[in-house]
Design a protein around this ligand. Structure first.
Ligand SMILES: Nc1ncnc2c1ncn2[C@@H]1O[C@H](COP(=O)(O)OP(=O)(O)OP(=O)(O)O)[C@@H](O)[C@H]1O
Ligand SMILES: [Mg+2]
Length: 481
């Protein structure tokens, strides 16, 4: 029964009551930490530095301060970049060991909250345990640095994948029509408004959408696109708004983010927007107006911040008139319309475009890059290009496949541009003739056709051709009917 300490040599014995043990442990730990410590700092409940010890002072120059009087009294994150002292005060939880990196170097630090008798957090104590971790803690630091490097790299890759593929520089063309559309698109990039890209198929609407995003304040955020013509109608709603976990059994049990959520902070590109089913149009309009979405099977709304770029090759106004596109949605999307010119409206760009596309084709196929003979450029400029730049690309690719000529000439395009055969001079003389000659030939054959169709009635034929009778007579003077 000797639980009581024998008198005399008390100080040599360990205490046996909890309170004393705690006190002893606390004092020992504090002594240990402060002996190990290369510097200590005290922060009050408001996160303000209230005290530093003498050894801490040698970090001040590296942090950009001449003396303690410039340092003490300031909010801790203003004077120690990347510190988590405020986090410790707010959570009341210590961070016993951590690596802190800032402009003064990398340090092993420890942060503990300080509490008053009632248990309230009244401040925090920060200690620098090692200030030369690269020597003392070499293995740990090396691992940390490696992980950090891997993480940075993964983040960079992810960002690069989400970054747009194209910028305004990728939109080739210096014709007045191309410059004008680029000017409009640049202006659209600077505003946050919704943009509607209009134009025939293959004119570069998608390319320009990427460029507008890349030139906007949202460039660092995701660019997410949905092709409304490509996604089955039944899946579109889930695609847009996502699915709450557990809404379905099976593959989607875990839930899925919708495109709106994925595009949060960035840009949502609605391609072929004219093909959107009416019920979805109503939901889309609401999402755009409220900037919030409700995933399928959930009863919670998610706030989003999304800028919409939409594109269509269809006549949206006509679809509105037919009741197949909501007028209110049309006006919401049509804030800034940008019309892309057809290739035949900017034939001056054919050469530059063709060269760019040939370079592209060579890079992708690994074949040598082809040049274009002047006759080829003439042949290409004579084609009407209903499929625009996409068609030009296909034609160049096919022509390149069909011959090994390093220099593609008009003949190399004859087979892939069948329409050209019709305008070719009947009696040899090359694939191309002066434009007035070709126009005259087209006029002659059209007039012949119109007269045949009307049984020689010149009044009806003129009406059919949209010209006056006088003009018809004048033009007919050169034709033997
Ligand atoms: N101005 C341009 N400069 C260079 N390449 C272009 C240009 N415009 C379009 N292209 C290329 O032409 C092809 C078709 O362009 P894009 O897909 O952007 O057309 P689109 O207008 O979206 O067509 P669709 O309506 O059929 O979807 C792409 O390969 C694109 O890179
Ligand atoms: Mg497209």
């Amino acid at each position: 029964m000797t639980s009581r300490n024998p008198s005399g040599a008390d100080a040599d014995f360990l205490p046996r009551d909890a309170g004393s043990i705690l006190k002893l442990a606390a004092r020992s730990m504090f002594d240990l930490f402060s002996n190990m410590s290369e510097g200590m700092m005290l922060v009050d409940r408001a996160g303000r530095v209230v005290w530093i010890n003498d050894s801490y002072k040698r970090f001040l120059p590296a942090l950009g301060f001449r003396g303690a009087e410039e340092f003490v009294g300031r909010p801790v994150e203003d004077v120690v970049p990347n510190t988590l002292m405020r986090h410790v005060i707010e959570t009341g939880k210590p961070i016993l060991i951590d690596l802190l990196t800032n402009k003064a170097g990398t340090f092993v630090v420890s942060r503990i909250p300080l509490r008053d008798d009632a248990g309230e957090v009244i401040g925090a104590l920060g200690m620098v345990l090692f200030d030369h971790p690269e020597t003392t803690l070499q293995p740990l630091i090396a691992k940390f640095a490696r992980l950090q490097r891997d993480l940075d790299e993964a983040k960079r890759e992810l960002a690069a994948q989400r970054r747009t593929k194209y910028t305004f520089a990728s939109f080739i063309g210096s014709s007045p029509a191309a410059l004008e559309v680029k000017r409009q698109a640049r202006r659209a990039a600077l505003t946050g408004s919704n943009v509607l890209l209009l134009g025939e198929t293959g004119t570069g609407k998608e390319l320009l959408a990427h460029a507008i995003h890349a030139g906007s304040a949202r460039a660092d955020k995701p660019f997410i696109s949905v092709n409304l013509a490509a996604v089955p109608e039944t899946l579109l709603e889930a695609e847009f708004f996502g699915v709450a976990p557990g809404a379905y059994t099976g593959a989607d049990k875990r839930g899925r983010d919708g495109k709106f959520k994925l595009a949060d902070g960035g840009t949502l590109f609605l391609d072929e927007v004219g093909d959107m089913p009416l019920p979805l149009q109503a939901k889309l309009l609401r999402a755009l107006q409220e900037q919030e979405v409700e995933p399928l099977g959930s009863n919670q709304v998610i706030k989003v911040d999304v800028r919409v770029l939409a594109a269509t090759s269809r006549d949206l106004k006509a679809l509105v008139a037919e009741g197949r596109f909501r007028e209110d949605l049309f006006y919401r999307l049509n804030v800034l319309p940008v019309r892309l010119p057809a290739l035949r409206e900017r034939l001056a760009d054919v050469e530059a475009l063709a060269e760019h596309l040939l370079e592209n084709i060579a890079a992708r196929t690994g074949m040598p890059q082809r040049e274009l003979a002047p006759s080829a450029i003439g042949a290409l400029a004579a084609h009407p290009w209903p499929g625009n730049i996409r068609e030009l690309r296909n034609v160049l690719e096919q022509a390149a496949m069909l011959t090994d000529n390093p220099r593609l000439a008009a003949e190399d395009f004859a087979r892939v541009l069948p329409a050209l055969a019709g305008v070719r001079a009947p009696a040899g003389g090359g694939a191309l003739r002066p434009l007035p000659e070709q126009i005259a030939e087209l006029e002659r054959s059209s007039i012949r056709l119109a007269l045949a169709a009307t049984g020689g009635n010149k009044v009806s034929a003129a009406r059919m051709l949209g010209i006056s009778r006088a003009t018809l007579y004048q033009k007919m003077s050169g034709i033997s009917t």
